[in-house]
Design a protein. Sequence first.
Length: 492
Amino acid sequence: MLTHLPALQVLIPLMAAPLCLFLRRPHLVWMFTLIVSGLAFLISVALLQQVMVSGPIIYEMGGWSGPWGIEYRIDRLSAFLSLIITAMSTVVLIAAQTSIDKEIPKNRQIYFYILFLFALTGLLGIVSTGDVFNVFVFLEISSLSTYALIALGKDRRALWAAYQYLIMGTIGATFILISIGLMYQMTGTLNMADLAVLLPEVAQTRTIFAAFAFFVVGVCLKLALFPLHLWLPNAYAYAPSIVTAFLAATATKVAVYLLIRFTYSIFGISFSFTTLPLQTLFVVLGLVGVFVASTAAVYQKNVKHVFAYSSVAQVGYMIVGFSIGTTAGLMATLLHLFNHALMKGALFLALGAVMYRIGSVQLSSFNGLGRQMPFTMAAIVAGGLSLIGVPLTVGFVSKWYLVMASIENGWWPVAVLILLGSLFAIVYVWRIIEAAYFKDPVAGKEPAKEAPLAFLIPIWLLVGANIYFGIDTRLSIQVAQAAAHSLLGISP
């Protein structure tokens, strides 16, 4: 059974999704989905332990070895991403049933869990497969499920947000498919390991330049890099709260994984950063994204919009680290993938608790909420401090390694800009704190009750993780460093 774990991690949620229809009752479906996600998490832990000790795992589907057959290849990077995806899906699912009772009509709740499992399948498939066409297939599985999940909410604006995401996501997926087709035309293979060997021989052809350009634009649409981020704010703001928490913690992280995988492992860092001016382009777009999105966050009146624009800014930080092209820069990006998932998971779950109690996440609705929902608002404050990068939080660890990587590379201006970008987070986080703790509640409005335990438990699990991994960084740094070394071909 242990030898089949790479396939089971994807197959279990895929097979579980249609089984939800037979359980009929939303509460039973919720428990079943939580168990399935928990199993996937345990498998990801086992796989990460195995690859850290023994190296990459190659699982041949049907016994057919690559490039003739389809293989799953689990290395340190993919195992790390699998851990993030399954951990976050399991934690947010703890609050799912309580949350969707308020935000999704009863007759759609079973479909929510089915779509959630399909989205989980797609995300896990993307990081597990060693075949580039399968990347596209799993990308479409996760994307189509996500469009529907966003549209499930009662807010009519969710339909428009889902439609925007569908259009932008379809353009991105089409560009990625064109890139895959061009690579196949030049090499005759879809296997990632084979492509890494064969592409250098044809790297200077216009076809490969076009393939690379199509891929970069397509994946940047998926990861919401400025200025291709327009779908993200409304998708996060108007989706059901559980969907927002799951997407913010996983979807853009998987897109960043794809960018790293293709540029470092398939096209190669020499082609990506030397033959083409990708490094300069990404550094500029990443930093501009940090400042533009952070400025937009400051002026938002919907708190979900605030943290949605913040996510665009955080993607900018990841791209800057990725663009440095060194072990330290890549490690900083991988650390921020992990740390940002913890931050945004906690923040959007806490917003879900606010939505559950008062039915709104407008900034004006937060007036006096610090006294009425003390544990929920304390979690938002803790998540906000992590987002700013205050010491003893995971946000500080990410920013520290990103600044150090920039300085080591001689990019002093970039390091200064990274620190300046963090100041914007102080402003938009303070606006929420000011409303919650320093303004009086609306007169005549019934005081809100504290969130139920179904919310507080997962929220504070993530808040605790924000603090724990900000103090004890051994696990996150060890795995991120090992993954960076393997991508750059450096022996540990």
